[in-house]
Ligand binder design. Sequence first.
Ligand SMILES: Cc1cc2nc3c(=O)[nH]c(=O)nc-3n(C[C@H](O)[C@H](O)[C@H](O)COP(=O)(O)OP(=O)(O)OC[C@H]3O[C@@H](n4cnc5c(N)ncnc54)[C@H](O)[C@@H]3O)c2cc1C
Ligand code: FES
Ligand code: FES
Length: 507
Amino acid sequence: MRRTGAAESVEGRDTIRFLLDGILHEVSDCDPTRTVLQYLREDLHRTGTKEGCAEGDCGACTVVVAEPDANEGSRLRAINSCIQFLPTLDGKELFTVESLKNGSELHPVQKAMIECHGSQCGFCTPGFIMSLFALYKNVQAPTRREIDDAIAGNLCRCTGYQPIIDAAQRMYARDLRGDNATWIDLPRGTADAGNSLAARDDALRRLRDGACLALEKDGRRFYAPNDIQQCSALIKDNPQATILAGGTDIGLWVTKQFRDLDCVVYVGNVAELKTIAVSSSDIEIGAAASLTDAMHVIVARYPSLEELFMRFASPPIRNAATLGGNIANGSPIGDSMPAMLALDCALILRSGRKTRRLALNEFFLDYQKTALRPGEFIEKVLVPLPDVSSHVASYKVSKRFDQDISAVCGAYWLRLDGGTVKDVRIAYGGMAAVPKRAGNCEKVLRGAEWNEASVSAAMKALREDFEPISDMRSSAGYRREVCANLLYRFYISGGNEVASRVYSYGR
Ligand SMILES: Cc1cc2nc3c(=O)[nH]c(=O)nc-3n(C[C@H](O)[C@H](O)[C@H](O)COP(=O)(O)OP(=O)(O)OC[C@H]3O[C@@H](n4cnc5c(N)ncnc54)[C@H](O)[C@@H]3O)c2cc1C
Ligand code: FES
Ligand code: FES
């Protein structure tokens, strides 16, 4: 243990500790932004995990991570190792494709891929195996839609997806399971951490000793506090620090922009920031809760937002990424923001012991400029609970259905009183320097009859709200037209498109 120096009140541990194949693994003297993929391939020579894009897009680097959960024991989730920094594994268990083999016997996922001819050149195969292993562990009898979603973040250029989908159905067959049912539960247990789920959970909990991870190498620092007091003290004392949540934006600053991050505070181990609770008025989402968890709770209340979240990147990205990170990033094309603005969400911002509440609508000031003050961070996102009289929808328009960035994303909240618009909130991404409410359009609709004429006038008013730019995703003219047409889509869909199925993958 040593003092961190930067925040004198915080004691730190300078060794990263995680389980790999059930064995305690300790790493010291580590470059804080070394990725899990670099560590696996270059230091451990576990070269089964591949590097394709190094930006979270292709899935060649997919691994599975188990993390203790307050209620449910450990959860196993696929993530992209190419953009995940090694110190974020502290207190977790890592599984790579090498973990799955038991002596000479392959895992049922691997056997099914061979039988169904799901691999040709093989470069993408370890990534697919790991995404399917996560599916295997989380869902007993997945639907075709759940299978498609599970591999939405994995690209294959040779095989075609049908044999891989066949393998995803075949992998559950009894005859593929070996004699050792415990091993099917989890790969290779050891004396360190037993073979059963319960023993592994216990071992993971013991790894979390309550100490803040505090690394320093070549003048660069990395802190992973465990509780909200430590976390807020560190951020307040280091206002220049990079606040790291899921790293699905920040990882690329390092792998693609080669930026050096001098001081990082990782918020992903802070239990209070990972909590999701439901009060009498709001869903309270801790800023470091994963998007997978956040979307599960939001979609259960707002089923019409299901498609929006399903089309947010891929499961490995959603498993790491957070709603807090999407908002703090302030990108004009962040997909959650239009819906969060239309729902009139609020943020709880924290600095040291002080908190303040800010309407999300007041958070985005200018291009990538937010109302966060130095030393302040997002603690919670408050999503108002739905009421029976309001209609909600959000539509994303992008070139591809899965894994693509929006050209335009629109979101709508409407309350009618008979045929009259009692209140309305409309927000767009991709139309301005920040995600933004359409004030003029809302004004035209508020108090008007909810009919074709009013909606036409509101569509015209959108021209006064936004002056979009042309870029590689679309032209300004296309954006203007699509933005208006999406409002019309909301109108002709009755203002209330409810997805037919409630999303359940990942729990
Ligand atoms: C392959 C790929 C696909 C993607 N697809 C989409 C997509 O479809 N739609 C979309 O909107 N985005 C997409 N993204 C972008 C990214 O996944 C999201 O912006 C994500 O929500 C970021 O969350 P994070 O936790 O990973 O943030 P991080 O990368 O950890 O941080 C992002 C920013 O937020 C700040 N931050 C994080 N947490 C806090 C906090 N609690 N308080 C204050 N500041 C904080 C960080 O300092 C940083 O500036 C994609 C990214 C990748 C790599
Ligand atoms: S290497 Fe492509 S997603 Fe990681
Ligand atoms: S088997 Fe060659 S890329 Fe998938």
